[in-house]
Design a protein around this ligand. Structure first.
Ligand code: PGA
Length: 275
């Protein structure tokens, strides 16, 4: 689609102020921790975040649904600048959807962000690009910003087709969504790098991040592409976080395993902030 094509779905391009692209560090706790463990972890993270970092980095903790209220309470009580995010949502607001959790429910628990289309959800729970579009629209209606995950399987990486594959995923996950009034983050997470200890080179990550931004410009608009945060995820550790965020189109990281260790996670925050 040429960049002059009309934007599909509604967008907030005219409402979003010019990009400042504050670096962002997101902790995806996945299905880990009982309620008490999650509250303790949130408290340890919040205790380590220095007040002076408030405008220099955006920190988001994404616990399981069961701990969202507890983590939100820790953040509110501490008046921390940390934000709370969910790991998934349903695309309807209310109704007969046994076991599901909707965007208005997340907003009610002070979630600022929600991860959508994580590769584990795509692979294990059949989440499709069109589900991602519907979820993004539903989240925006409740004022919750989406973190849209994309990334290639190892065969695509080995065949050298990552850029085309990921750009296509971005187009199909965002064209037609209505994002009025919310921020957007797109996380590039190579499926083969998640939890494996293997990571792509910073040069590869930069090339993919630039392609992601171009694809966002194509299906949304230039302003949205300029303000969207592009994150890298997949075996991010304190030792490698800064190498990714030094890339001009990479605005932060999405951390799985190391987000469960408060000390490691906050060290990643520091390194990203200073990169
Ligand atoms: P990892 O997970 O940091 O443990 O590789 C990243 C993710 O799945 O978001």
């Amino acid at each position: 689609m040429p960049s002059s094509a009309p934007v599909q779905g509604g967008d907030a391009c005219s409402l979003i102020p010019p990009a400042s692209r504050t670096p962002m560090v997101v902790g995806n706790w996945k299905m880990n921790g009982r309620y008490g463990d999650a509250v303790r972890l949130a408290q340890l993270v919040v205790d380590r975040l220095e007040r002076g970092w408030r405008n220099r980095v955006e920190v988001v903790m994404c616990p399981p649904f069961t701990a969202l209220r507890g983590v939100s309470n820790v953040v509110a009580f501490d008046k921390s600048f940390a934000k709370v995010g969910a790991q998934n949502c349903h695309s309807e607001e209310w109704g007969a959807f046994t076991g599901e959790v909707s965007p208005p429910m997340l907003a009610d628990l002070d979630c600022a962000w929600c991860i959508v289309g994580h590769s584990e959800r795509r692979a294990l729970f059949g989440e499709t690009d069109s589900d991602v579009v519907a979820k993004c629209t539903a989240l925006a209606r409740s004022g919750v910003s989406p973190i849209v995950c994309v990334g290639e399987p190892v065969e695509v990486y080995d065949a050298g087709q990552t850029v085309e594959y990921v750009a296509d995923q971005v187009r199909r996950s965002l064209a037609g969504a209505t994002l009025t009034g919310v921020d957007l983050a797109v996380a590039y997470e190579p499926v083969w790098a998640i939890g494996s200890g293997r990571t792509p080179s910073p040069e590869h990550v930069q090339a993919v991040a630039a392609a992601i931004r171009a694809a966002v410009a194509e299906v949304r608009c230039e302003k949205r592409a300029a303000s969207a945060r592009v994150l890298y995820g997949g075996s991010v550790k304190r030792g490698n976080a800064a190498t990714f965020t030094a890339c001009p189109d990479v605005d932060g990281v999405l951390v799985g395993g190391d987000s469960l260790d408060a000390e490691a996670f906050v060290e990643i925050v520091e390194r990203v902030m200073d990169a």
